[in-house]
Design a protein around this ligand. Structure first.
Ligand SMILES: N[C@@H](CCC(=O)N[C@@H](CS)C(=O)NCC(=O)O)C(=O)O
Length: 211
């Protein structure tokens, strides 16, 4: 084990957000791909790490003999920002920090959570509830246009954790949005998409070339 951080995951929104944050932090990390389709997340080996049988999970070995294991994506994002990527969550400016957190939680609770719940209902053939939750999530996403009225990023002049969480859900919802009604969100989306750290993070769980 040469890298200080290992990330167990797959190409899903929760995992990609963590990979983008790690890329933004510019710290070396090792990707351990978990094959969700074959149920590897429920293997004995993975359950020993994350008893919920989910991804992502990170192990931070930088504390020496007692590695830190974290398995909630949002806790992982906050940890990475606080420990390794100060620019994602300003430490010394309480006002700015509060805005970043407010918008971070807006996307996590008002956009991503209903979208995930809708997906769960859809998979269980509850189409009415699924559509309702999906619409609820999309409406909150559309309302996020207002965050970009005066600034280029979701929580101000700089890219932050709020942009990390907003980006993957916009990416996943891209085809369902009427972009002509969302000029600011569109410009923001194009800008964020071109960040080298975002580009690298999005590829983190791709199979190595030749596989
Ligand atoms: N609250 C957890 C949710 C984790 C989660 O639901 N992960 C999904 C992938 S995004 C998963 O592992 N699904 C596989 C399964 O449920 O079997 C987090 O934010 O990390």
């Amino acid at each position: 084990m040469t890298q200080p951080i290992e990330i167990y995951g797959a190409k899903t929104g929760n995992c990609l957000r963590v990979a983008i944050a790690l890329e933004e932090a510019s710290i070396p990390y090792a990707v351990r791909r978990v094959d969700l389709a074959s149920g590897e997340q429920r293997s004995e080996r993975h359950l020993a790490l994350n008893p919920a049988g989910k991804v992502p999970t990170i192990i931070d070995h930088s504390r020496g003999s007692s590695p830190l294991v974290l398995s909630q994506s949002n806790a992982i994002l906050l940890y990475i920002a606080e420990r390794y990527a100060g620019h994602l969550l300003p430490e010394t400016e309480p006002f700015l920090r509060a805005i970043v957190l407010e918008r971070f939680f807006y996307f996590v609770t008002d956009v991503i959570a209903p979208s995930h719940a809708g997906f769960f209902l859809h998979r269980n053939n509850e189409s009415t509830g699924a559509e309702l939750l999906n619409r609820h999530s999309l409406n909150a996403l559309i309302a996020a246009e207002r965050f970009l009225a005066d600034t280029p990023f979701i929580a101000g002049k700089e890219f932050s954790l709020a942009d990390v969480v907003a980006f993957t859900i916009v990416l996943a919802s891209e085809s369902q949005l009427d972009w002509t009604e969302l000029p600011r969100l569109r410009q923001w989306f194009l800008t964020v998409q071109m960040r080298p750290a975002v580009e690298r993070g999005l590829k983190a769980f791709d199979p190595p070339l030749g596989q």
